[in-house]
Write a protein that binds this ligand. Structure first.
Ligand code: DAH
Length: 351
């Protein structure tokens, strides 16, 4: 091996021993820099004969090219290694199982309300929602429940410490009955125009489910509970229609014809006559027991006036039922409070 071959071998070994770009550039400077070994060799030709310059010069240049090629290869190898290391460090293990989230499910009361909505929707009822903070007028006065009237104490109401510019007091609505007024009043101008054009008396057919509040707490009462209001008004919608609609609803809700309804005379200020609706199953664990599921009646003329309608023309019934009670009966739950304690072990059973 001549001296130039040796130099190339040495350079290649030096480059291989350089494990960082900086070390590699140092090694390069020692060979190809201003005072580097190759540069020195070329300078050494200064005193040589023209023939020597030609052969020796060509050999040195060839060696220089081989060293430069080795340098380029090593530079590339170092860059590749660095990229590889970076990729490795940043790699994601896509085979690692993700964090599991349990499947959600609807609350049993939500499932019950959806069920009520779909049955009434199939009978042509609209579904409406309204505010849980109500005026005294909507909750009581307009429902024929005058101030200081003893019937107000049927509901132990939560009052809100809030009075607006009109001097109106607010409460957490003790029932969904204000929705009768809100729905009818929202449409009364349209109805009046229809009647003025000589069209038939427009029907109101709506249910309004939602949260309601009373100062009550025991196995069958919670301070927050649900109600679903229903109204069907028209030219002459009677108590008979109420019986048909509610019986059909109960049979479809409980998926059985083996149940009987009883309309038990009662009092509500906003209906006349009024009835509580009780049901009894002909079979199953609750067989033969009368269970109260709703209040109902023919809407009182004073209330129809507050709808913004003429009680001589708009006649019909209303009812208010308890979806929580219906959920208890359907699922066989004996304590209402279980629904609202948010214990997943209980709620997961209804998914
Ligand atoms: N609002 C009544 C209550 O909370 C239930 C009720 C009774 C609603 C008779 C009605 C009705 O619409 O006609 O006890």
């Amino acid at each position: 091996m001549n001296d130039l071959d040796q130099l190339v071998a040495q350079a290649t070994a030096d480059f291989a021993a350089a494990h960082t770009p900086a070390a590699l550039e140092d090694a390069k400077a020692r060979l190809l820099g201003k005072a580097g070994r190759v540069t020195e060799l070329l300078k050494g030709l200064a005193g040589a004969t023209p023939d020597e310059k030609k052969t020796r010069g060509a050999a040195i240049n060839q060696a220089k090219q081989r060293i430069e090629a080795a340098l380029t290869a090593r530079r590339q190898a170092l860059a590749d290694a660095e990229l590889e290391a970076q990729l490795k460090a940043e790699a994601l293990d896509v085979t690692l199982p993700g964090r599991q989230r349990g499947n959600g499910g609807l609350h049993p009361v939500s499932l019950t309300i959806e069920r009520i909505e779909s049955i009434f929707a199939s009978m042509g009822f609209d579904v409406a929602e309204g505010p849980e903070i109500e005026t005294d007028w909507m909750s009581f006065t307009a429902l024929n429940n005058p101030e200081n009237h003893p019937a107000r104490s049927m509901q132990d109401t939560f009052y809100v410490d809030l009075q607006d510019e009109g001097g109106r007091w607010y409460n957490l609505r003790p029932h969904t009955s204000p929705m009768q007024l809100r729905y009818a009043r929202a449409h009364s101008a349209k109805y009046a125009a229809q009647i003025a054009r000589g069209e038939p008396i427009p029907e109101i057919r709506v249910i309004a489910p939602g949260r309601t509040y009373r100062i009550d707490s025991d196995a069958t009462h919670t301070p927050m509970f649900h109600q679903c209001e229903g109204v069907w008004m028209g030219e002459n919608v009677s108590f008979k229609d109420l019986k048909v609609v509610f019986t059909d609803f109960c049979r479809r809700f409980f998926e059985t014809d083996a149940l009987t309804l009883r309309f038990r005379p009662s009092f509500f200020p906003f209906t006349e006559p009024s009835a509580e609706i009780d049901i009894a199953f002909a079979e199953g664990p609750l067989k033969g027991k009368w269970l109260e599921v709703a209040g109902s009646g023919q809407v009182h003329p004073n209330v129809v006036r507050n709808y913004g309608l003429d009680p001589e023309r708009h006649i019909g019934f209303a009812f208010g039922m308890g979806p929580d009670r219906l959920a208890m009966l359907r699922y066989g739950v004996n304590d209402l409070r279980l629904f609202f304690e948010n214990d997943l072990r209980f709620l997961q059973q209804f998914r």
